[in-house]
Write a protein that binds this ligand. Structure first.
Ligand code: SF4
Length: 365
């Protein structure tokens, strides 16, 4: 058995996928945790005496993130108040089970936990959405709603930061995906370690440089409890292609993951390229590149029995929304743009959800 390359005198039991170093368990833990600490301090991710909501799904990434943040917070006296924020998409056989794992994390790491559900926020569960739209575009709805739900949750909890478990593989995949799609706007911001949530609460990615394989190893050797079952609905097909490509490239050369991130970080979008301007949604106030944000458009489509409304081109969406708004205004059902907090500009059957009126204690915890 080879000895640990950190020269601690112990035998090595693993080979780090990121560096190919052969290490014992203790030296691997130290290397992994030091790298996360370095990422946090170099990017100045947190300021002391602030509150951080950890986006917790019960999966390996958020479980490792919660564990390591707790450990580093105590070890280096970051003076952070950590809590868990989970989103219940309403996916039977998947999210209900993974939320049990989050509750286990809550108890193990002694952090408070808030769970917000799509049903509370939007009036729809993913099970109901899939029954309506089928399995082709379900991840579009789910991704848009989750992103906004996390930001809404962070805002309701009045935290200073929202920490997500995005790892190096996720970010490299996103760079590839945005290149393949020619999406310059997303490409220019997808490698940022700090992004604006849209409500002024920064989103931070402390695991940005951690390889997925090392996160799995860390969770395994630390014996952390996490949920590893895939979502029962088909995963996002396009990301799947980028993932397969990245995994194939990683087999040839593991540094490819860091190289892609580095390329994304240093790439500059030409000043002559047309970039979308960010504004606030006229319906819900959320940050958006369109007059009406994607979540409001998708929700309106669902509530009107036109579930494909948000899937098409934005010009078509704009026209359809305008027509519907005019119709509702003339029938006196909806106050349209006057009602900034209404997510769906509802009719009687729409069950409008007014986000600012949601009281935390009424939500499921
Ligand atoms: Fe949501 Fe799609 Fe992920 Fe399932 S696979 S949780 S539907 S985004």
């Amino acid at each position: 058995m080879p000895s640990c390359s950190a020269k601690c005198g112990r035998n090595a039991i693993l080979k780090r996928p990121k560096t190919s170093d052969v290490l014992c368990k203790e030296c691997f833990f130290e290397a992994f945790e030091n790298e996360v600490h370095f990422t946090i301090t170099r990017a100045k991710l947190f300021t002391p005496n602030t509150t951080v909501a950890i986006a917790a799904s019960g999966g390996k990434d958020s479980t490792v993130l919660a564990y390591v943040l707790k450990l580093l917070n105590e070890k280096y006296d970051y003076r952070l108040k950590l809590l868990l924020l989970s989103i219940d998409e309403g996916i039977t056989g998947y999210r209900d089970d993974s939320l049990d794992t989050v509750k286990q994390n809550r108890d193990d790491y002694e952090m408070s936990l808030k769970i917000l559900s799509y049903k509370d926020l939007y009036g729809w569960t993913m099970d109901e959405i899939v029954a309506e739209i089928g399995r082709k575009n379900n991840c579009t709805f789910c991704g848009v709603f989750r992103r906004q739900a996390l930001d809404r949750g962070a805002n309701l909890l009045k935290v200073d930061y929202l920490a997500t478990g995005h790892n190096a593989d996720d970010i490299a995949e996103t760079v590839l995906m945005n290149i393949l799609r020619g999406d310059l706007a997303r490409l220019s911001r997808c490698t940022s370690i700090i992004t604006d949530s849209g409500d002024g609460i920064p989103r931070v990615k402390p695991l940005k440089y951690c390889y997925e394989k090392e996160i799995v190893m860390y969770a395994y050797f630390r014996k952390l409890v996490y949920f590893s079952t895939e979502c029962v609905f088909a995963p996002n097909a396009y990301r799947g292609h980028a993932r397969v490509l990245l995994k194939d490239l990683e087999k040839i050369d593991p540094t490819v993951i860091m190289n892609i991130i580095h390329s994304g970080e240093t790439m500059k979008v030409s000043e002559t390229s047309k970039m979308p301007k960010l504004t606030n949604c006229t319906r819900c106030g959320y940050v958006s590149s369109q007059e009406i944000c994607k979540a409001c458009v998708l929700l309106e489509g669902l509530n009107k029995g036109l579930p494909r409304l948000g899937i098409g081109k934005s010009s078509k969406v704009k026209r359809l929304l305008k027509e519907n708004e005019e119709k509702n205004k003339s029938s006196g059902i909806c106050r349209g743009e006057e009602d900034k907090t209404c997510l769906c500009s509802g009719t009687d059957s729409m069950k409008p959800v007014k986000i600012n009126e949601l009281v935390l204690k009424e939500l499921r915890i």
